[in-house]
Design a protein around this ligand. Structure first.
Ligand SMILES: O=C(O)CCC(=O)C(=O)O
Ligand SMILES: [Fe+2]
Length: 338
């Protein structure tokens, strides 16, 4: 159980290590101890870079139907947090995104770590800026902007924690997150994206299957609260541990029209909880950081080698403040002001 005692422990540890001016830190510590007496929300259970309250309380396997949307959301995993959204983007809108990406000319995918890519194979990218800052577009890309903007707004409404938007003064708003441009990715037959963490302060990912081909695999999904080697892993051994997991038995594999046989050589040990069927337009949302602001290696995932052309659209939400070195203190401040 997360107790008040553990709150105290963290609060003291943080103020000792952080290079904040002492007087300010002392005032903060004082306010934090008052807070401790006045609220039942503990710093450990408060996670603004996790799901909003309504979703964080949803048990694994249960469905939530948001009033504003016809699309039910199912929780697939807790720790790492992973959700599945039925029919998130309509066929017309999916076609718009694909056409706009083709018109733009897709570029072979690199990663920030290397241009000559070894972790991605046969995959191509285009980016759509929902706010069209560059200002020029033809008709197809004009429609794609609207679709991308809708996707970002819906995603943030459903999956960004309420504490990440603050009203600062009457009418004023402060946001502790930002959305990247929407990425459209295409994999040719034989394409894949090896195990990775989405990284770079990307704490929330919303990924839409545009043509009904899946292949996304989360090797550590549903590990639950039990501690595991992955919790003390470094980036390199997180990938090694991921490779030891058994697809179809451990974690969760999202499979589309290509069928589960595309990824499994044998049906032995196949567990029905470990395979989720997706259709074109469905989406997943997952969170990649721990409440402390450190990377959560449980969120490592990949796209397995796909047997046919695959299209996805992805929106990443970032928070430099809450995933940076002082994230814990900033989180405390958010809790204090909430
Ligand atoms: O293609 C997929 O299923 C996963 C893609 C992914 O993990 C990424 O783009 O970061
Ligand atoms: Fe990813």
């Amino acid at each position: 159980m997360k107790s008040r005692k553990s709150f105290l422990l963290h609060a003291t540890t943080c103020s000792r290590v952080a290079a904040f001016p002492t007087s300010r830190a002392a005032r903060r510590a004082h306010r934090l101890s008052n807070l401790l007496l006045s609220t039942s929300t503990s710093i450990d259970s408060f996670n603004p870079i996790g799901p909003p309250s309504i979703l964080s309380e949803l048990p694994v396997g249960e469905i939530f139907s948001p009033p504003s949307l016809h699309n039910p959301i199912t929780r697939l995993s807790q720790s790492p947090d992973l959700f599945y959204i039925k029919n998130f983007v309509s066929q017309v809108n999916r076609d718009v995104l694909i056409s706009a990406a083709c018109n733009q000319g897709m570029k072979a995918a690199g990663t920030r770590k290397s241009e000559s890519n070894t972790i991605r194979r046969n995959s191509y990218l285009a980016w759509i800026d929902p706010y069209n800052i560059m200002g020029e577009h033809d008709e197809t890309s004009g429609q794609a902007l609207d679709v991308a903007r809708e996707m970002v707004l819906q995603s943030q409404e459903l999956f960004v924690h309420e504490a990440m938007h603050k009203v600062i003064q009457e009418g004023g708003r402060m946001e502790y997150f930002f959305a990247e441009d929407v990425q459209i990715a295409k994999y040719d037959e034989g394409g894949r994206f090896d195990y990775h963490h989405d990284g770079y302060s990307r704490y929330l990912t919303v990924l839409v299957y545009l043509n009904g081909v899946g292949g996304t695999y989360f090797p550590f999904a549903n590990l639950g609260e039990v501690s595991h080697e992955i919790d003390i892993a470094t980036e390199e051994n997180a990938v090694d541990l991921a490779r030891k997991r058994q697809i179809g038995k451990d974690g969760i594999l999202l499979v589309g029209k290509e069928g589960v046989h595309s990824y499994l050589s044998s049906w032995d040990g196949l567990s029905s909880n470990s395979v989720i069927e997706v259709e074109a337009g469905d989406a997943i949302a997952f969170y990649s950081y721990k409440p402390t602001g450190e990377k959560d290696w449980r969120a490592v995932h990949c796209s397995l080698t796909v047997p046919e052309e695959k299209w996805i659209a992805t929106c990443w939400f970032r928070s430099d403040a809450l995933t940076g070195p002082f994230s814990y203190l900033k989180k405390s401040a958010l809790l204090e002001n909430s």
